[in-house]
Design a protein around this ligand. Structure first.
Ligand SMILES: Cc1cc2nc3c(=O)[nH]c(=O)nc-3n(C[C@H](O)[C@H](O)[C@H](O)COP(=O)(O)OP(=O)(O)OC[C@H]3O[C@@H](n4cnc5c(N)ncnc54)[C@H](O)[C@@H]3O)c2cc1C
Length: 459
């Protein structure tokens, strides 16, 4: 055996597996294979000047590399079992919450000191939401901000790299089951194989297609049936400031009157920016915000999402989401932007209307018509939700509120794993977002710590 443990993917799941393994069992021989680059080499070429939109780099510096998909994220670590994944179904609510707090302690001690922890506990907004047919989900959230999040990752890498071998730009192509362990076949500048008795797979959302292939080859059952679709809303920060100042990130759910669908807010970025996101070559929209006051904008953005669950025989929920995103890319060459007033009046936004708009867009997107892209049921849900939010944050339904589309939240298929997060093959663990069990930084990181402890106990 070349190593004691092989980890595939250096996102939060992989990083926290490695971190906990070296804490619990110093001296273990651990190798992390990562398709993307080192943190300091990760650079998205979009500069808003020479390169204005995605040029589909491979690997994509936003999604791949040390830190995973979360490296340039807003660094919001939500500590809750109410959203962000269903890790608690495997390991229990108390343990899941404890592990998320443990991860928070590590982040704080690695550069996150001084950042704020927000909480919905005792918030008066709960009552206000209920009075307006909205539900505020319970959570504590540590907001690191994009800049501090990066700094924490730098510190974690500095601590891990003397004890853990990192192989960047080295995608694993295949996992082969061998006697007493696993052989990974990797490519990159040098191709080859490496063997270990235990293998942790943590390839995130960007590795979802590859994960499907691994499950097929190793006969690991999977299921997939969900995709979330919607828009990103951008409005003057003052409209939401009474909520964001107290809670920073609020997850608010609304049940639509027309279809009884749940629409929810997601990824709130006070004084932030709207950004492009590239998933498998399709450009969708997301948001960031910064702790650094110099980088703050006058706008707040958040997503409004509707979950679409499919029933059999249809199994390709992500392909459905991709097709819708592709439609917006076809019409706008990328992301579309529309004023809420234009959407309600049934007309497209134009360059002129966006120019005259009182809300200055923070992302250069193509003015267009989102009703040509999003299914009616989803769009109706979004419109109803905007009016519901207007009751707790007057101004949300202003004509000049900007809607960017489409925002898609893809879910990995759920891989069959047991309460140790182990597949039917002993020693092969699947964690983080690629397991379909987690969808967030805190849950993915907690799953890494959990598996590392299980392995350490077993050795
Ligand atoms: C722009 C953006 C903002 C976000 N903001 C937040 C936020 O504020 N809060 C929050 O909770 N969540 C956020 N998320 C989601 C969060 O980043 C993910 O839930 C989290 O990163 C999942 O961690 P992971 O380790 O499971 O996977 P990832 O972070 O996706 O890491 C997987 C790693 O595996 C590598 N990989 C893939 N395939 C292979 C292969 N075959 N061989 C080797 N390596 C491979 C990838 O390159 C990647 O680096 C955001 C996501 C994005 C894209």
């Amino acid at each position: 055996m070349d190593y004691d443990v092989i980890i595939i993917g250096a996102g939060p799941g992989g990083i926290f597996s490695a971190y906990e393994l070296i804490k619990k069992k110093p001296g273990l021989k651990i190798c992390v294979f990562e398709e993307g680059k080192k943190l300091e080499d990760r650079r998205c070429p979009i500069d808003g000047d020479k390169v204005r939109s995605c040029i589909f780099c491979k690997p994509c510096s936003i999604m791949n590399g040390f830190g995973g998909a979360g490296a340039f994220s807003d660094g919001k670590y939500n500590i809750t079992n109410d959203f962000g994944g269903n890790l608690y179904e495997y390991i229990g609510r108390t343990q899941a919450t404890d592990l998320m707090y443990y991860v928070d302690d590590i982040n704080v001690s690695h550069g996150g000191e001084g950042t704020k922890m927000y909480s919905t506990a005792g918030s008066s907004f709960k009552k206000l939401c209920i009075q307006n047919k909205l539900t505020l989900l319970d959570a504590s959230v540590r907001h690191l901000g994009t800049d501090i999040n990066y700094h924490v990752l730098e510190n974690l890498y500095a601590e891990l790299s003397p004890n853990v071998e990192f192989r960047f730009l080295t995608p694993v192509e295949k996992i082969e089951k061998i006697t007493d362990g696993y052989r990974v076949h990797y490519s990159g500048a040098r191709s080859g194989t490496a063997d270990a008795p235990r293998c942790i797979v943590s390839v995130g959302r960007s590795g979802s297609k590859w994960m499907e292939q691994v499950c097929d080859e190793l006969d690991i059952p999977t299921r997939s049936n969900r995709v979330d679709l919607g828009v990103r809303v951008e409005l003057p920060a003052v409209i939401f400031s009474h909520i964001t100042d107290e809670l920073y990130e609020s997850k608010i759910v609304y049940r639509t009157e027309k279809f009884e669908d749940n629409v929810r807010t997601f990824c709130m970025n006070p004084n932030g920016i709207v950004v492009n996101e590239n998933t498998n070559g399709i450009v969708t929209v997301n948001g960031h915000s910064f702790e650094d006051p110099a980088k703050k904008t006058e706008n707040t953005n958040f997503a409004l999402l509707v979950s679409k669950h499919f029933s059999l025989p249809f199994k390709y929920s992500n392909a459905y989401g991709e097709s819708i995103a592709r439609l917006s890319n076809m019409l706008g060459g990328g992301v579309l932007v529309q004023r809420f007033g234009d959407l309600e009046r049934g007309r497209r936004s134009t360059e002129k209307r966006i120019e005259e708009c009182t809300v200055r867009p923070t992302l250069e997107a193509t003015p267009g018509d989102l009703s040509l892209v999003l299914p009616k049921r989803i769009l109706d849900g979004v419109i109803e939700m905007i009016h519901a939010l207007d009751k707790i944050a007057p101004g949300t339904a202003n004509d000049d509120t900007l809607l960017y589309g489409v925002e898609v939240k893809f879910y990995n298929m759920e891989v069959e794993i047991d309460s140790n997060l182990e597949t039917r093959h002993k020693g092969l663990y699947v964690i983080g977002d690629c397991s379909g069990v987690t969808h967030s930084l805190s849950h993915a990181s907690a799953s890494g710590v959990f598996v590392a402890r299980k392995i350490a106990e077993a050795i």
